[in-house]
Write a protein that binds this ligand. Sequence first.
Ligand code: GLU
Length: 449
Amino acid sequence: MCGIIGVISQTNVVDKLSAGLKRLEYRGYDSAGIAVVDQAGNICVRKCIGKIKDLQSLIKNDPLSGVIGIAHTRWATHGAPSSINAHPHVSNEQLAIVHNGIIENHAILRERLIKQGYEFCSETDTEVIAHLAHLNLTEKNDPVLAISDTVNVLEGAYAIGVIFKEYPDQIFAARHGSPLIIGIGDAEYFIASDIFALLPYTRKYIVLEDGDIAQINLGSGVTITDAANHKIERPVQMTDVYHDEADKTGFNHYMQKEIFQQPTAIKNTLAGNISDGDFNILDMDKRNIFSRMRAVHIVACGTSYHAGMVARYWFEKLAGIPCAVDIASEYRNFDFYVEPETLFVVISQSGETADTLSALQKAKTENYLSTLSICNAPDSSITRETELQMMTMAGVEIGVASTKAFTTQLLNLLTLCLAIAKVKRADLADIAQWMKQVHDIPAHMEVIL
Ligand code: GLU
């Protein structure tokens, strides 16, 4: 998971780009870079392997400035971590691009572009996007058309930010399968992988949907074109996360802070699950899914997969239904047998986990009874693509080793299991007893902490 940030402003954006990269550091990375259109109207790039502070010293020794720019933290997928492979990638000094994701058909596109005279300097899949956009710009002479012709031939996942030498007052963004938002500031706009990167500047944002291309300029604002090439308005949202929530506030590190936030996270998640002593998820069930379902299939990655493994015991023992648990990266590449009347459950903290999202999209073409997501991000792709949703109210989790997101996932899985047990097993007398114990969890946690 890498990070993207872009800024368009009336003043030099380099400090904001580098501060944004710092705030995206938690996502993990091996190299970083920045590109701006400078005062002379040229694309200007600084990038290096290592930490953001290494990039900052590079910039200190060899400054750059401009009122539009894009920046990136890379987590290498194609080509070793190196300064040359670091983003932004430039084509013919005309445009610079940052990319998060994987282009599956990069090899064939690379071959085609080489035949057309393009010279590649990196081993990345990303560089094909840069040269393709350049080729299309030469042919169409329109930046949005150049981007849409480019993304139309890409297979795989991308969130991209682009700046063009010829359009020094505009910044462009597009996404499919990797997250990207547009931040709306005070006389400035941003693009970013997540809202945390932008919290010092704005809490107002627009979520780009798959297939969207955004053209942003200070005068006319944000124009979005959807996958069908229609101009579209996406809702402006306000995050309820504040700047200091994404800081360590007295703890030694984020993970320690998040461990101590667990009692509150569990209390909040429980409050979202239960109203007047009953399960909210049962109210959402307008199609009698829970009384019809005969099996559960949980698919997730990493920590979320482990939460699923724990829950399997609960589903089989308490709800009395078979439960299979699979890793999303395996699931998306196999044709599993689907038991009739199976509920497909996906779990993801961010709601954007690429393999889990692909698994969900595949599952929707299979004969499942319904889909349910357990997520920490209400506006995420995974939440939007499932019929039923249960939110974990863990708040921001920056520590890479999951704590409160994991425990709130477990809470949701247990609540879901008890709700199903209530519908399917009228004989199960101890649900009330279980619920009492669940309500006591935050108090027990506080004692332990
Ligand atoms: N696939 C691209 C690369 O290897 C982007 C990786 C990323 O998302 O950081 O450069």
